[in-house]
Write a protein that binds this ligand. Structure first.
Ligand code: F6R
Ligand code: MG
Ligand code: MG
Length: 361
């Protein structure tokens, strides 16, 4: 019996160049720091990035919300921020909203996805990491993976999946959780999941209560009361033998769905699946990207990663995403490319209204 905690903690603590990527020296700094300071705490770790976000992928035995693990991640980001400031990287330290660590990294800026489980005889796990979008971007793929038999045939033909799954959904504005049992409540569930700017899937469980998926659901702009950084999301999905097969977990990304984010966090654009090498949003600061890293766990050791979206099978998805990007871009500042006024992270509307209300008197 061996319970493992899988923690993915991410932050943007300085972009290279602009908001497009992470400087390699920051990744080296994070690796060195976690290696030295985490040696008695972590079983294993990997440092990765997508766009301007550093992702710390960690395994340990301390359970979710562990103060020591969160503190280690916080201090790793602080260490990287020192270098980001020295290099004058863009937005150095932008996601670290507080001056001092206060027991739990949630609410302090970084995004967190965590789950604790009994490691199975073979434990395949995928870490999805996205940039230039928000946690609601996982709603559609998670629905497809765990509730749509047209995506996941296992829901029909694998007796271990046939009972369905439970979705835990967070109201990211009111900070409230709701649970939906599927397939019985899929129509109710979809009322919320479709409104992905407000509701985001926080976790999925099987009907025995074992964790199947967990995502980061922090809305940084609301937490801080003002826009201080992006809430680019991460997600952990367990696969095979009662959970979606690896191919079923990856399949939703073969159709690049529209997500909000992209330039200035204020546009709809396609979520393009890419390899680690191509995880550098550039065109109009995008299009939004997602990377999928596969690991086999071996007593908590991270055997991997397998860079899944490097596969040629996703070439067409990328091509389609680029075509959608062209089409959406052709609308320029018009909705529905630009987000509705109340969803934008940047807006000049109050100033413009004031200017014109005075002018027209
Ligand atoms: C979106 C993003 C970028 C920036 C844009 C403007 O998530 O990170 O698109 O919003 O580059 O950045 P600032 O306002 O820092 O010049
Ligand atoms: Mg940035
Ligand atoms: Mg980012």
């Amino acid at each position: 019996m061996s319970r493992i905690t899988f923690s993915v903690i991410k932050a943007d603590i300085g972009g290279f160049v602009g908001h497009s990527s992470v400087h390699p020296d920051l990744l080296k700094t994070a690796e060195k720091y976690l290696g030295e300071q985490g040696k008695d705490l972590l079983i294993d770790f990997k440092v990765a990035h997508v766009g301007d976000d550093i992702n710390l992928i960690m395994t340990h035995k301390k359970g979710v919300d562990c103060e020591e693990v969160h503190k280690l991640a916080w201090e790793t980001f602080l260490e990287c921020t020192r270098l980001a400031r020295e290099y004058k990287l863009y937005g150095a330290g932008q996601d670290l909203l507080s001056d001092s660590f206060s027991g739990n990294i949630k609410g302090m800026g970084p995004g967190v996805a965590e789950m604790e489980f009994e490691e199975r005889p073979s434990e395949p796990v995928i870490v999805f990491m996205a940039d230039k979008t928000e946690p609601g971007a996982w709603n559609l793929p998670l629905y497809k993976m765990f509730a749509d038999p047209f995506n996941t045939i296992g829901l029909i033909i694998d007796p271990k999946m046939h009972d369905g799954f439970i979705f835990e959904v967070m109201d990211t504005v009111e900070n409230k959780l709701m649970k939906f049992s599927c397939p019985e409540e899929i129509y109710d569930l979809l009322v919320f999941l479709g409104a992905f700017n407000k509701y985001a899937v926080k976790a999925v469980y099987n009907k025995k209560g074992e964790p199947a998926a967990a995502s980061s659901t922090q809305r940084m702009n609301l937490m801080a009361g003002r826009y201080v950084g992006k809430d680019d999301p991460v997600m952990i999905v367990r696969c095979q033998n009662g959970f979606p097969a690896v191919g079923e977990a990856l399949e939703p990304f073969a159709n690049p769905h529209l997500v909000s984010g992209w330039m200035r966090g204020s546009h709809f654009g396609p979520l393009m699946p890419v390899s680690l090498e191509d995880a550098t949003p550039t065109r109009f600061d995008g299009p939004p990207r997602v990377v999928a890293l596969g690991f086999q766990l071996s007593n908590g050791k991270l055997i991997g990663p397998q860079d899944f979206f490097a596969d040629k099978g996703f070439d067409r998805a990328r091509q389609k995403a680029l075509e959608i990007a062209d089409y959406m871009r052709s609308h320029g500042p018009f909705e529905p490319h630009r987000l509705p006024l109340d969803e934008m992270e940047y807006t000049t509307l109050p100033q413009v209204i004031e200017k014109f209300s005075k002018k027209n008197i």
